[in-house]
Design a protein around this ligand. Structure first.
Ligand code: PMP
Length: 398
């Protein structure tokens, strides 16, 4: 029975939703969650306005390759839309096993496990292996999926300064020898485009008997002679004990993987909540990833074009004296240093038909507020000319 003389305030959570600053600001300035109505090559349409997409991670442009589309259609016809359950409970399908064998072989690992998002795979690569009593040493700029894995694991953690093996050494050497240790890094840092100092970090992992987990979502397909990623870039096939990543970047699809020794993958299958309690990767997503992986191996021209485009894009940024945080890869941040500049730069690019994404503190370190961009093999000569003109214009607006 409601008490009539007490003014009800409503549910506290409803009030929280209404008064939340990030949500209020997002709805006011509309920097995120845009809806596109059409996509063709490197271009997207919002209503009848056309943009060059410079914010996606479709590095090789394989997502709409005819062979990928054909493979997806065939899988849909053969298997239907979903897997309707977790593999532990209602079984793997032969397409999961085939993709896992192919990925393991490609990455030079004994085994692989795929799941329905890179986020789940990367979270799982930490959460399944680490447990209470272990110590995790994590690069402070690591992706949210890895932090979620750390939090879920119950292990304690120490942050080391970004891509800094000396700091990592210092932290490792202050820990007791017998404590199980895990080092967590990215192969290519998604926001900064920096390549991990894998040779030094892998040597530390050996010296201190630490298990090294590397999220290579942005290195896979991009780095190395054959696109095998950061480990191939350094010619260190066993550099990391576990490599995790996503199908949503170079493969242009959806899903994720962890590749490691047979023992480590079987252990993950016994302990990964992200696997045990979540429906398996769909038939279409698996078939598309497999077809794109095949193309990655058979058509190296996509990677060559990616790096050629990256060279031209970098020249534009150099010419305009824009700070791209010493990125060494096609993931190129434009560091502008404060929120207002970022907003006006981003708006000016939109005005000129270039779609990018804003990333401001706390998502990036203070003073590093930036626009994140990624160049792709899909960008044409005409796109790159339009990008150059738009950036020159945007620079006059800050
Ligand atoms: N790790 C890194 C480094 C990423 O950038 C991303 C995607 N932003 C993920 C993991 C998650 O991948 P997915 O989008 O497939 O969930």
């Amino acid at each position: 029975m409601p008490i009539p003389f007490i003014q009800r305030q409503g549910k506290p959570l409803e009030q929280r939703f209404r008064e939340d600053d990030p949500t209020r600001l997002r709805l006011k300035y509309e920097p995120y969650y845009h809806t596109f109505h059409r996509k063709e090559g490197s271009r997207v349409w919002r209503g009848d306005r056309e943009y060059i997409m410079l914010a996606s991670n479709d590095y090789l442009g394989l997502g709409d390759h005819p062979k990928v589309i054909e493979a997806g259609k065939a899988a849909l016809e053969q298997w239907g839309s979903g897997t309707t359950g977790a593999r532990l409970a209602n079984g793997s399908r032969s397409f999961h096993v085939e993709l896992e064998e192919e990925l393991a072989d490609f990455l030079g690992k004994e085994a692989c496990h795929v799941s329905s998002a890179g986020y789940l795979s990367c979270m799982s690569a930490v959460a399944s292996y680490a447990r209470r009593g272990d110590v995790i040493f994590v690069d402070k700029n690591s992706h949210s999926s890895l932090w979620s894995g750390i939090q879920a694991s119950g292990a304690t953690y120490e942050k080391f300064s970004h891509n800094n093996p000396e700091d990592l050494r210092h932290l490792l050497s202050t820990e007791k020898r017998e404590v199980p240790k895990i080092i967590v890094i990215e192969g290519v840092y998604s926001m900064e485009g920096h390549i991990a100092k894998l040779p030094e970090i892998a040597a530390l992992a050996e010296e201190f008997d630490a298990f090294l987990v590397m999220d290579d979502a942005h290195g896979f397909g991009v780095l190395g002679e054959n696109g095998r990623g950061t480990a191939e870039h350094f010619d260190l096939p066993d550099g990391a004990d576990a490599v995790c990543g996503s199908f949503s970047k170079s493969l242009g699809g959806t899903g994720g993987f962890v590749a490691a020794s047979q023992n480590a993958i079987e252990y993950l299958r016994s302990h990964s909540k992200q696997t045990i309690f979540s429906a398996a990767l769909s038939p279409v997503a698996t078939a598309c990833a497999k077809a794109a992986l095949g193309l990655m191996k058979e058509e190296p021209e996509h990677r060559r074009r990616l790096w050629e485009n990256r060279r031209r894009y970098k020249a534009i940024l150099d010419e305009l004296d824009l700070d791209f945080w010493d990125s060494e890869t096609p993931a190129m941040p434009i560091v502008l240093g404060d929120k207002e500049k970022v907003y006006f730069f981003w708006k000016a690019l939109l005005e000129k038909g270039i779609f990018t994404v804003i990333s401001v503190a706390p998502a990036v370190p203070p003073g590093k507020d930036l626009i994140r961009t990624a160049i792709s093999a899909k960008h044409t000569e005409r796109d790159i000319e339009q990008i150059a003109a738009a950036f020159a214009y945007a620079k006059t607006k800050i």
